[in-house]
Design a protein around this ligand. Structure first.
Ligand code: ADE
Length: 226
């Protein structure tokens, strides 16, 4: 899979992409992450990427030309399955969408700033608009990093069997059950006996009950979904 990220702050991705699972996935060649600085495509003296909003004093808007040129260049090189704009007014991201995106070949993530991007980009280039939650970030970069992380860990071969994404919270529509590790008794706080019993079938039943109980208590909305 290939993910192209269009941003005015490529350095913001240095941290999230150079550690742990996402780093290893790149090293193993399971994902290619490409950062593109939108400013490099600005055809004006001061490399400006924003301008005043027409018609009202809403603030600055990201200009069409640099982003359009950059997307045109990428589209001439390969076909993209989705061109995604990160924005608080997009569909709210969830595990189902992460699963879907992880099956695609090439995607573009466009990070916005200021009061947004020229609407014509949304009309003519963007195939999907995604929000990572009902709050406003200073730009789309952190949201794009969230998407990239959640997608990459689902690509076959990225996680080993032990950490398989199949047992994640949400993957079966439920929150995860509680987990414990050694010691079995910490200052009198004991690990539930069942987990030490070695009875695999009973342990699995207990885990499922706990997952359902936790979901009912904390996220009953998940049980109502189809
Ligand atoms: N850009 C600013 N806020 C955002 C959000 N909540 N989700 C995605 N992109 C954003």
């Amino acid at each position: 899979m290939r993910i192209d990220i269009l941003t005015i702050f490529p350095e913001m991705f240095d941290g999230p992409f150079s550690h742990s699972i996402i780093k290893r996935a790149q090293e193993k060649g399971l994902v290619e992450l490409h950062l593109h600085d939108i400013r490099n495509y600005a055809q004006n003296k001061h490399r400006r990427v924003d301008d005043y909003a027409y018609g009202h004093g809403a603030g600055m808007v990201m200009m069409i030309q640099p982003i359009a040129d950059l997307i045109d260049k990428l589209k001439a090189e390969r076909t993209y399955d989705e061109i995604i704009f990160l924005t608080p007014d997009g569909m709210v991201y969830d595990q189902r969408e992460a699963n879907r995106l992880s099956t695609l070949g090439n995607i573009i993530l466009l990070c916005g700033h200021y009061k947004g991007i020229d609407e014509r980009l949304r009309e003519h280039y963007i195939t999907r608009e995604i929000s990572i939650g009902d709050y406003v970030l200073s730009g789309g970069e952190l949201a794009a990093a969230v998407l990239a992380d959640s997608i990459v860990r689902l690509i076959p071969g990225v996680l080993g069997d032990e950490t398989s994404a199949l047992s994640d919270s949400f993957q079966d529509g439920l929150l995860s059950p509680p987990v414990y590790t050694r010691p079995a008794d910490y200052k009198g706080w004991k690990v539930p006996d069942i987990l030490l019993s070695g009875h695999e079938a009973e342990i699995n039943k207990w885990l499922m009950e706990k997952a359902e109980e936790r979901t009912r208590q904390r996220r009953p909305d998940l049980l109502e979904e189809d």
